[in-house]
Design a protein around this ligand. Sequence first.
Ligand code: SF4
Length: 599
Amino acid sequence: MADPITTVGRPGLPPRGGNPSTRHQGTNPGSFANPPDIGGPRAFSSPDTPGMPQPSDKTAWDFMPSDWTLRDGRWTPPEGFVPVTQLEHARLGNTTPEMTRVAEREPHLTPEQVRDEVAAGRMVIPANRIHLAGALDPMAIGRASVTKINANMGASPVSSDTREEVEKLEWARRWGADTVMDLSTGGDLDATREAVIKNSSLPVGTVPIYSMILGRRVEDLDEEIVLASLEHQALQGVDYFTIHAGVRREHLPLVSQRLIGIVSRGGSILAKWMLHHDRENLMAEMWDDICQVMRRYDVTFSIGDGLRPGGLADASDGAQLGELQALGELTERAWRHGVQVMVEGPGHVPFDQIEYNMKLQRRLCHGAPFYVLGPLVTDVFPGYDHITSCIGATAAAYHGASMLCYVTPKEHLGLPKREDVKQGCVAYKIAAHASDVALGIPASRDWDDELTKARAALNWERHFDLAFDTDTARAYHDEDLDVDTDFCAMCGHDWCAVRISKEIAIFVSGKEEAYAWDKPKVSAALTDEQKEILQRRGVLSPSELHRLASKTRESVGASEGKGACHSDFADSNTAREIQQQLDPETLEPLAGEDVRAAP
Ligand code: SF4
């Protein structure tokens, strides 16, 4: 029998999913993930490593309200029933404006596919009716859609205020957050929540138990307080609630063997309440009442993982997986009430156990979207946990997560500031986008292809315009060489492989008009934001920064009568001289050289 490795003319390729590039650009054969299977339990899924849990054979259709009846293959609600939630509309076959909007934002899906995924419980549209009447722009979370990221914010008792939180919201939106969670535990919680919702086009989530215990002892929490708080926050327009109802008394003895116990605030509060009252979790006891409040406003569940591991040593243990089983049962009950559900997940998980965790959730929760925090794949890099966790998040999204909760460099250390929010968002956009490309989601690689073409053409302006963080890319480039020419300072003129390749081969990319680049030109002066990026790096002297931020065409020898610096040109030799005459250590001009002012 022929060996496929040797008969195809190149190493054999594993079964492939769809091609993430619309025009199949380049030579990449396409995704190695499973075929798309939109409408099935394996939509955009990774091939299973042997031994992985298989998808559930049930969906939300198997957990219908007890008073609905199945007639001629169609579910019929009781007389006088008025659909409220997206799930109820989907069950009735209604395509809502929100489903249409989701399909507009994700053109690889039709409104009907969105509806059917919502009906199956594999997709949620977190859209409280109150927020929907305000600033909310509907979006979806689910495996058939692109991977989403959440940014947490919120005042603590020692830091931040309402104005700062609204600024952080805008900052998170600018850096690509798809939803935000207001996790305030200090300041004026009510005012902060209200301001965030009013100003947010993104869905807003909260952990309502934080405000329930403000000003009272945990032990004093009761049914009346729970329902009143949920009603109040639902009325304010919160789109999804994290409720830690999966922590059960039977799990608590399992936690005692852990290295770090319970690390979820909500989980620890409810564990304390259970022990004090010698009762089952209050949220679990009240689940049906809670569902009814949430249904009235179409608040989506984000069922909390109160027993998530807080270190690699406690990952995939009995407490965590026992809670996950309970989360599956809560999902089934919420669906029976017509409430949309996503499920939260860990935390800190060794890289080798991420796939199992994702696929076990898919099975136990019947495909309900999984919303995971990280997970961090090592514990020993505090200050860099946006990186340790975005590595885990990439694997999680590839293997089954639908939304990634960002982690910032301040994780475990303090309340994130604006720059931390940016760093967390960027890290998680990388994780989400990398996973979407790997899964073969249609058009997800088009952006990469465009940037590759700009890079191949040495078209720096287009390169930076396409970059996720234009300002940082431009500033880093100009720090060493403020001329857009046919090389950069990384390798230098004589060693620039891209330039040499252009000389020896004809590329399809780089020949298109939009990418054509025919002569070196002086880049524009740095903007304030770009200047600030370089100031923070602290590599250049103040005078050098000033020059980059205020350079004019005269400073690079542009001839009289020409336009602004965007259209000024420096020839290739001048660019090379500029680089050669910089001190490689300090990036200052070498003694006696005034290279940048030379004509
Ligand atoms: S000099 Fe090096 S890094 Fe810069 S464009 Fe050329 S090959 Fe790329």
